[in-house]
Design a protein around this ligand. Structure first.
Ligand code: XIL
Length: 475
């Protein structure tokens, strides 16, 4: 990551008014403040993230690294969601494919994306039996060495992302369906104690990250959620640092557990934060229109459950487009599990989830298609001063739609930014990304945002195209 981006992260961390995971300490206050300020915004909110922010909640998506070059994909990911989870690139096999050799480039790309879209990053996942490289799974390590291997993985990864990742799934999918501990190299070698060990190590590595245990088929009351509940209760009574429970929520149409809220409530009563971490609702293909309508009602009902519980901090969907969903590859004949269809057109599920959050599909946005990045913008790019080895530039943009965080991109064919004001800057080669700072991320519909900077080049160049949140503005 470039030093400029790192610096931007520090600016964010200092600005607790941002609805973002960088402001971990200020997150709760920021969300409350946002909730006060945006009660009226919710009525017109056309995006999931704005509507959720009015309740002090986040709405997230898993992001596939391979799609970050697709502007339709990034337009939706950046505008609709306030939290992103790495779908694969922070898993053990990706990040430490061989012992002691770490590969952070893809995870860093997601962090960069999140920072330029004012988003929280959810880290997924540190200790899991799956997508685990053979060198760990079949390493034949003694308990002492496996403990060292696990702790080194947790510590190195969390150190690298310290300040950038707000929540970590520390332990993923530790249970069998009957509530007993799942067999894995970790439980087989270390017993149940690997879980407490992992959480203690994680807390020491990044004391500000929220530490979660995440699982599936634990959403309703039942044997598996009882196993999770008993374990978490006992960890808490031993003082093990665990902050939250993630309910994956890979649901089947018409099978949302009726005890979802009652089950989440008992975990809330332990004082934990709760998050719906991987929501999708799969349908036997082909899906007909009545199934898509029911799917919408069920996305809304899960969203309403989160809204009903103070302890529930957000809902993350496991990918937003059917084209990218893991479902068809894993569940034979099933699919259509997401908010958008194979062509990134919003489905009834999108409208239903937005409506459940108090937003209005198409509202507050002159563009009736919520899948499109919002409205138009007009940019003025003015070189206000130029000398032989420097120039000063002022950029102003009028936006037709309300913004809760912005990121402006343009290219600077010559020179580098040496200082700037009213934005955090990242420059990579000729590409510049200017991101709002804590005090100027919210811009009303029809409002203006402006920022400026100085460069070390006096060369003349044509006025560049300026894009706001991924959409080119007119000059
Ligand atoms: C899935 C990804 O979506 C796929 O791309 C990958 O091939 C397998 O893993 N529970 C989890 C996620 O915790 O990490 C899984 O993600 C889905 C189930």
């Amino acid at each position: 990551m470039s030093p400029l981006v790192r610096r931007a992260a520090v600016v964010f961390a200092a600005g607790a008014a941002l609805l973002s995971g960088f402001a971990v300490h200020g997150g709760a206050q920021a969300q409350e403040r946002a909730a006060d300020a945006s009660a009226s915004v919710a009525a017109e909110a056309a995006t999931l993230r704005e509507a959720a922010a009015a309740h002090g909640k986040f709405v997230g998506t898993a992001v596939a690294d391979g799609r970050l070059g697709n502007s339709t994909y990034t337009g939706i990911a950046g505008s609709q969601f306030s939290s992103v989870t790495a779908e694969n690139v922070m898993k053990w096999e990706s990040i430490e494919p061989s012992r002691g050799s770490f590969s952070f480039a893809a995870g860093d790309r997601l962090v960069d994306f999140a920072q330029s879209h004012d988003q929280q990053v959810w880290g997924h996942t540190l200790v899991w039996h799956s997508q685990l490289p053979d060198w760990v799974r079949n390493g034949g390590f003694s308990p002492a060495v496996l403990t060292q291997v696990m702790n080194n993985h947790i510590t190195t990864v969390m150190d690298h992302y310290e300040g950038d990742v707000a929540y970590w799934d520390v332990v993923n999918e530790a249970f069998n369906e009957d509530g007993s501990l799942r067999s894995s190299v970790f439980s087989d070698t270390l017993g149940q104690g690997f879980i407490a060990e992992a959480f203690r190590t994680a807390r020491a590595a990044d004391p500000n990250a929220k530490l979660c245990i995440n699982d599936y088929n634990t959403e309703g009351l039942g044997a598996k959620s009882n196993g999770l509940y008993n374990l978490v209760s006992s960890l808490l009574s031993q003082g093990v640092p665990i902050d939250c429970v993630g309910f994956q929520s890979h649901f089947i149409l018409d099978s949302i557990p009726s005890s979802l809220q009652a089950n989440m409530q008992r975990f809330a009563d332990l004082g934990l934060e709760l998050v719906i971490t991987e929501l999708d609702i799969r349908i036997t293909l082909p899906a007909d229109s009545s199934e898509l309508q029911r799917q919408g009602q069920q996305f809304a009902s899960v969203t309403n459950t989160c809204l009903a519980l103070d302890a529930c901090k957000g809902v993350t969907v496991w990918g937003f487009g059917d084209a990218d969903s893991w479902v068809p590859g894993v569940f034979d004949g099933q699919g259509a599990a997401c908010l958008y269809d194979n062509n990134y057109q919003a489905k009834p599920a999108f409208d239903a989830m937005l409506t459940a959050l108090g937003g209005t599909p198409g509202g507050g946005d002159p563009d009736p298609d919520p899948g499109d990045p919002p409205g138009d913008c007009r940019a003025t790019y003015t070189v206000t001063n130029r000398w032989n080895a420097g120039s000063v530039v002022q950029v102003s943009i009028v936006t037709d739609s309300a913004l809760s965080g912005w990121s402006v991109t343009f290219s600077l064919p010559s020179g580098r930014i040496t200082s700037g004001w009213n934005a955090a800057y990242a420059q990579s080669g000729t590409s510049v990304t200017a991101t709002n700072v804590s005090y100027n991320g919210s811009v009303g519909a029809g409002g203006t945002l402006s920022f400026g900077f100085q460069t070390d080049s006096g060369a003349q160049y044509a006025t560049p195209t300026v894009s706001l949140n991924g959409e080119a503005c007119s000059a």
